[in-house]
Structures are given as structure tokens and as C-alpha cells.
Design a protein around this ligand. Structure first.
Ligand code: NAD
Length: 218
């Protein structure tokens, strides 16, 4: 059994992760950290091998530093922070994914491939109105993966925030007389759970740390 603690446990993603960990045969939920539960990350690390963090951009680095200092591996889903700040940290492994849904990983791969053959592209990302960061981490990573095909030119990103949405990404590629649209929709936070559980199982044996992107575990 892998002992797992969750940071951001009272949040939309954190609650879903707690349920998925509890339902997994090979994992045990040993702690729920969240200011809204009056429980700090430091309080839940003692019994954990892995910390799963879905918190806020301004606390993401602190969550990881605390975990690594305690020798606890970190699986990070929080977006909107500078992943480069994780480089050089040691003590345990860090895995980060801007999107844990398999369909979104495929969208990024297909968009990068399509960029080799089309003249230009733009990305529209649409999320619920409580999302703190813009553009989304997924859109930023998709744009970064497409940029080499466009000679390093930035792929513009448009952000939409509305109630009723969950997490949606549309890559529109254009060329003479045609467009190609690649779209991914997460309509339920359950879409992220298989990827999160996979990362929990694999974070202890990563080839390098930090490792960014679910595609490296597939
Ligand atoms: N990687 C992915 O696949 C994926 C998918 C969906 C959302 N996200 C990201 O996950 C993050 C959380 O999203 P959400 O919709 O659950 O947000 P949310 O606001 O519902 O939840 C965040 C929770 O983190 C808690 N928190 C803040 N600081 C903390 C700290 N220092 N320690 C512990 N808990 C802390 C907050 O109290 C809150 O309950 C966002 O950055 C979002 O962009 C990632």
C-alpha cells in the first residue's frame, strides 16, 4: 500500500483525488491538508510516501519544498507557477503535469504534429470562473510544444472564464482555404484521476526529477 497525503484536500480537485486514492486497492489516504481543514501540509507528511498537491499558484512551490524536505515524493497538479523553480531541489522526486487527462495529453501531441504542416495556429482555453490562473497550464504547455514548428513564434492563447465550464481546450490551425480544429473537453474531474493515480505509483522511480508531463509515464 502506498501511503498518500493530499494538499488542497478541501478543493474541487483535492476532494476528487481523496476519493480516488481511497478507492484504489494499492493506496491508503493518510492525510488531508488544507487551510480550510485547519491542517497544514507539514502535519500530514509524517505518514506519507507521496504528497499529491492541487493547491494554488502561490503555494505550489512551498508544498513541494516541504514534501522533499521530509523525504516525501510530490505529484503536482497545481498550475500557474514557474516549474523551473523546482530544478535543483532534492530529497525525493517531483512529478508535475499541467493536465492529467489522457485526452489532453493526446491533444497536445496531435497539435504539435499538426503544427509541422499548417501555416499558423491559435489556442482557445475555456474554464470555470473560479480558476485563478490564465492562461491555463495546459494551453501554455501546448503552445510551447507547437512553437518549434512555427520557428519559435508564440502561439496566441485566448482565455474564457464562465460558470458551467470545467476544462476545455481548442487548438485551431489555419492554412490556405482550410482550418483544422483539435479539441479536448474535461466535463468531469474524474477525467484526471487515472493519470494522478498512475503518477502516484510511478513518482518513486522516475528517471529524472523534476519530470514534467504525463506523456513521460505512458
Ligand atoms: N493538472 C491537472 O490535470 C489539473 C486539473 C484541474 C485543475 N488543476 C489545477 O489544480 C489547482 C487546484 O484547482 P481546484 O479547482 O481544485 O482549486 P480549488 O480552489 O477548489 O482548491 C484549491 C485548494 O487548495 C487549498 N490550499 C491553498 N493553499 C494551500 C496550502 N498551502 N496547503 C494546502 N492546501 C492549500 C485551498 O484552501 C483550496 O481548498 C489549480 O491550480 C488548477 O489549475 C490541475
Amino acid at each position: 500500500m502506498i501511503p498518500v497525503a493530499v494538499a488542497g484536500a478541501a478543493g474541487r480537485m483535492g476532494e476528487t483525488v481523496c476519493g480516488a486514492v481511497e478507492a484504489a486497492d494499492d493506496m491508503e489516504l493518510v492525510g488531508r491538508a488544507d487551510p480550510r481543514l485547519d491542517t497544514a501540509v507539514a502535519d500530514v507528511l509524517g505518514d506519507a510516501d507521496v504528497l499529491v498537491a492541487f493547491t494554488q499558484p502561490d503555494t505550489a512551490l512551498g508544498n513541494v519544498r516541504e514534501a522533499l524536505a521530509a523525504g516525501v515524493h510530490a505529484v503536482v497538479g497545481t498550475t500557474g507557477f514557474d516549474v523551473d523553480e523546482l530544478r535543483g531541489l532534492s530529497g525525493a522526486n517531483v512529478f508535475v503535469a499541467p493536465n492529467f487527462a489522457i485526452g489532453a495529453v493526446l491533444m497536445m501531441r496531435f497539435a504539435a504534429e499538426a503544427s509541422e504542416h499548417m501555416a499558423a495556429a491559435e489556442i482557445v482555453e475555456l474554464h470555470h470562473d473560479r480558476k485563478l490562473d490564465a492562461p491555463s497550464g495546459t494551453a501554455a504547455r501546448t503552445a510551447a510544444m507547437m512553437a518549434p514548428a512555427f520557428g519559435g513564434r508564440d502561439v496566441p492563447i485566448h482565455s474564457v472564464r464562465l460558470p458551467g465550464l470545467v476544462a476545455h481546450h481548442e487548438v485551431i490551425l489555419g492554412d490556405v482555404g482550410q482550418t483544422l480544429t483539435i479539441r479536448h473537453d474535461s466535463v468531469d474531474r474524474e477525467s484526471f484521476m487515472p493519470g494522478v493515480l498512475l503518477a502516484v505509483r510511478r513518482v518513486g522511480s522516475l528517471p529524472e526529477s523534476p519530470l514534467v508531463g504525463l506523456e513521460h509515464l505512458l
